[in-house]
Design a binder for this molecule. Structure first.
Ligand code: VGL
Ligand code: ZN
Length: 240
């Protein structure tokens, strides 16, 4: 028996992540973009991609959806993890400790990482597979030697601001769409701070990939959900 498209939808089996655009629209999941929306592309840098110093599993799979999404937005910005040599977030700066160990710093708990995204190094460069000539701003973060910054808004001391909220507010932005690497660290922290700063905030899940160290993915998704950050798929975003 062949089932027509209409019957298929009526059977209620069309509401999957891979739902075709027609059913996405029908179910009200589709989103029309406006000039008040900004796409924040987080840390798509060589060190977070396969072969990099802090490679995120399947991190390269974010590039195609990000390239496609960026064309739909009137406002696109990128973030760039940009650490000093000997940065406090590197395990190598803490004798006796190793990558993925936790330590306690002046501002609280800190996961220690392999050396990554050192200012001016090839690992800190954006992937050359990105096709993003429309990017309006690159916000660098993590450049204070003694403070990490997963978030593109506020550093890990929870006090030092990067200036991004001011920039977005001055430009009249109201909604932030966040994607990139890594879902459970810089994407999640950026989205949480965007929501805190008063922006309606979305994480585009299929255009992001996570590190998932010690339950960090489940924790990040819990935090996003309770902060009211919506998790969506690229297919729901219509052209602006
Ligand atoms: C990131 C760990 C350390 C990220 C940056 O981009 O998610 N994660 N630095
Ligand atoms: Zn970093």
């Amino acid at each position: 028996m062949t089932v027509s498209r209409r019957e298929f939808v009526a059977l209620g089996v069309a509401a999957t992540a891979a739902a075709p655009l027609s059913s996405v629209k029908a179910q009200g999941m589709a989103m029309q973009l406006s000039s008040e929306d900004v796409f924040i592309i987080v840390d798509v840098q060589n060190d977070f991609l396969p072969g990099g110093a802090l490679a995120v599993k399947n991190g390269d799979q974010v590039i195609a959806p990000i390239n496609a999404l960026a064309k739909k937005f009137a406002n696109v910005i990128q973030t760039q993890d940009w650490h000093t040599k000997g940065h406090v977030s590197f395990a190598s700066s803490h004798p006796g400790l190793k990558p993925f160990d936790m330590t306690n710093l002046a501002y609280g708990d800190q996961v220690l990482w392999p050396e990554h995204c050192v200012q001016g190094s090839p690992g800190a460069a954006f992937s050359d597979k990105l096709d993003l000539p429309m990017v309006q701003l690159v916000i660098r973060k993590g450049y204070h030697p003694h403070v990490d910054s997963y978030s593109a808004f506020v550093e890990a001391d929870k006090t030092t601001k990067t200036g991004l909220a001011g920039y977005l507010n001055e430009r009249g932005m109201t909604r932030c769409f966040v994607a990139g690497l890594a879902t459970d660290f810089c994407v999640a922290w950026t989205a949480l701070d965007a929501a805190k700063a008063g922006f309606e905030t979305f994480v585009i899940e299929d255009a992001s990939r996570g590190i998932d160290a010690m339950g960090s993915m489940a924790a990040a998704l819990r935090n996003l959900d309770s902060a009211g950050v919506k998790r969506i798929q690229s297919v729901s975003i219509l052209d602006g």
